[in-house]
Design a protein around this ligand. Structure first.
Ligand code: SF4
Length: 185
């Protein structure tokens, strides 16, 4: 048993490829996907109680660092995962949209909790009935609030997208059509 195996450190598995003595070949997409998957930089857009649940997820017991996503970014320009947690008022919607647009590609969006996903219990004149009214969402986490295990499950789903997404996806007609639908370039 090697020293690494004895230490219980998990080493990320190499992507599929062709292996031989002294060499390993894979595709650019797979190598980039592996890096993106294991180094997500979340931007926590937290407006209410779900944000507190997220803090518990990031802290020691659940430890987002185990998934390579502990480096939170409060600048949209240095984040690739927008995590929206909490009630979003209609007044806040343009701000959320601007934050999304300031993020560089590739970018993913996670709607955490009932409020971000659908307005939750706040079916009122002032609350946005789901952030997908203003920005595209990749993964929804149900619950009010969701437990940290659910948040981790959502992040694992985002990791799957990051791993398998081609580096050219953003140039594909489907993605362009999605952006057009939201009135973005
Ligand atoms: S979904 Fe529930 S816990 Fe989360 S922000 Fe809304 S009211 Fe609070």
């Amino acid at each position: 048993m090697s020293e690494i195996e004895k230490s219980k450190v998990n080493i990320v598995k190499a992507p599929d490829g062709i292996e031989g003595p002294g060499f390993f070949v894979t595709t650019m997409d797979k190598a980039v996907g592996l890096g993106r998957k294991n180094s997500l930089w979340p931007l926590p857009f937290a407006t209410s109680c779900c944000g507190i649940e997220f803090m518990a997820t990031a802290a020691t017991t659940y430890d987002l660092g185990r998934f390579g996503a502990e480096r939170l970014s409060f600048s949209p320009r240095q984040a690739d995962l927008l995590m929206v947690m909490g009630t979003i008022s209609k007044k806040m919607a343009p701000v959320l949209r601007q934050v999304y647009q300031q993020m560089a590609e590739p970018r993913w969006v996670l709607a955490m909790g009932a409020c971000a996903s659908s307005g939750g219990i706040f079916d009122t004149y002032s609350v946005l009935q789901g952030i997908d009214r203003v920005i595209p969402v990749d993964v929804y986490i149900p619950g009010c609030p969701p437990r940290p295990e659910q948040v981790i499950d959502g992040i694992l789903e985002i990791q799957k997208l990051a791993l398998n997404e081609t580096t050219r996806r953003r140039n594909q007609p489907e993605y362009k059509a999605l952006m057009e639908k939201y009135g973005m370039e």
